[in-house]
Design a protein around this ligand. Structure first.
Ligand SMILES: Nc1ncnc2c1ncn2[C@@H]1O[C@H](COP(=O)(O)OP(=O)(O)OP(=O)(O)O)[C@@H](O)[C@H]1O
Ligand SMILES: [Mg+2]
Length: 390
């Protein structure tokens, strides 16, 4: 089922002058195609949970509408929306068995939808099979591992075969290995059932790995929507560029001067080589072009932020960017080069190069060339992208 958010906004009133009103979600406009898994991504407090709560009906939007296919569900109570929910604290009932926990939502069905005990058991079994815990139906929650408990919570959300599945940080209570395993499971279950799913996380790697589409939010405002790889390759602003990628993008302070890009005295790139194809249109959800434009040469010289992905550096004796070499870390095929530069925004520049391309560690300096497609230029002022990569 398709889910459409139309100008969705939620404002919470302030409690005092010290605690002013917040716009938790601001004008969220988005159409989620049927059967997709969408990752909602952003730092703490950016409005992810509030968005989910509005979709399931537990919070009422201040403005805007929510549609399931063509049906306006904005004013429909949560229990009639056909939504499955999995939260971070998946609170199972401790005194009930796994089977009873999974069956629980079916007990609320009324009238013609009312099920017999046998039908409920059958449905619980089907849901339990889907998450591969059908051998644990007799146990109680305390007799399960964290990952198994998580699966019970997912089975409980699936048992009514919801039209939409909403998951809010469902993996954050699990250890790293189980987290990885469970996210693969969630992806499999989502594909098998074809239920339109919204998955909230603040972990960019998790979102990138399981989502068909990611939505990056900041302060209640959607920053960018797209396929994970496209957003990584084509970030529209500095925030998005910094939020995606491990190790993170390397950001330098620099200058644009007569169409050339400088970091300190080093001319690292001819901006013309970075300009996006002027024919490329990057529409946002509302169809309005939100992407970077080609900056005219006569736009003048300005200060800029220069972001270079860790894999965007190439060690080259004649390369234009000179950094102080601090060391290398060898991890199998890849080598991480650690270096410093006075115009670098953080402490240590981390770049990943092939082992054949590692620098001479007896030297105190390393020279880099920058790969086109891995360098992005942002306005120092607005932090919007000026020059593209492709
Ligand atoms: N019931 C509420 N009353 C007042 N303010 C609220 C309420 N719920 C959320 N907020 C505020 O709205 C903003 C967004 O909160 P939300 O819970 O949606 O963030 P989030 O992205 O889910 O963050 P996290 O990653 O920490 O869970 C925050 O500033 C929060 O303080
Ligand atoms: Mg939250």
């Amino acid at each position: 089922m398709k889910v459409t958010l139309k100008d969705l906004t939620k404002r919470f009133p302030g409690r005092s002058r010290k605690d002013p009103a917040v716009t938790a979600v601001n004008d969220f406009d988005f159409e989620i195609p049927s059967g997709e898994l969408v990752g909602l991504l952003g730092p703490s407090g950016c409005g992810k949970s509030t968005t989910l709560l509005m979709i399931c009906g537990l919070e009422k939007p201040t403005e805007g509408q929510i549609f399931f296919d063509d049906e306006d569900v904005t004013n429909i109570p949560p229990e009639e929306r056909g939504v499955g929910l999995v939260f971070q604290n998946y609170a199972l009932y401790p005194h009930m068995t796994v089977e009873q926990n999974i069956m629980f939502p079916l007990g609320n069905l009324k009238g013609a939808d009312k099920l017999t005990k046998e039908q409920m058991k059958e449905k619980a079994k089907t849901a339990a099979k889907l998450v591969q815990i059908d051998h644990l139906l007799e146990r109680r929650p305390k007799e399960l591992s964290g990952g198994q408990q998580q699966r019970v919570a997912i089975a409980r959300a699936l048992v009514k075969m919801p039209r939409v599945l909403l998951m809010d940080e469902p993996l954050s209570n699990l250890d790293a290995r189980l987290r990885l395993q469970t996210r693969v499971e969630i992806r499999r279950i989502q594909r098998e059932t074809g239920i339109t799913t919204i998955f909230v996380t603040h972990d960019q790697e998790e979102a990138m790995s399981i989502s068909d589409t990611i939505v990056v939010m900041k302060d209640g405002v959607v920053q960018q929507i797209g396929r994970p790889q496209d957003v990584y390759d084509d970030p529209h602003n500095l925030f998005v560029a910094k939020f995606l990628g491990t190790p993170p993008i390397n950001v330098f302070s620099g200058n644009l001067h007569r169409g050339k890009i400088y970091i300190g005295e080093d001319e690292v790139f001819d901006a013309d080589n970075l300009a996006p194809d002027p024919g490329t249109v990057r529409p946002g959800a509302d169809g309005v072009r939100k992407g970077p434009g080609k900056l005219a040469k006569d736009a003048g010289d300005c200060k800029v932020w220069i972001g270079i992905r860790p894999e965007g550096f190439y060690v080259d004796e004649n390369g234009p960017l000179t950094c102080n070499l601090k060391g290398v870390e060898i991890m199998g095929r890849d080598v991480t080069v650690l270096s410093e530069h006075p115009e670098f925004e953080g402490e240590t520049i981390r770049t990943i190069v092939d082992s054949e391309n590692r620098p001479d560690t007896s030297k105190s300096e390393v020279h880099f060339r920058v790969r086109p497609g891995k360098i992005f230029i942002f306005s120092e002022d607005t932090e919007e992208r000026l020059y593209g990569s492709r």
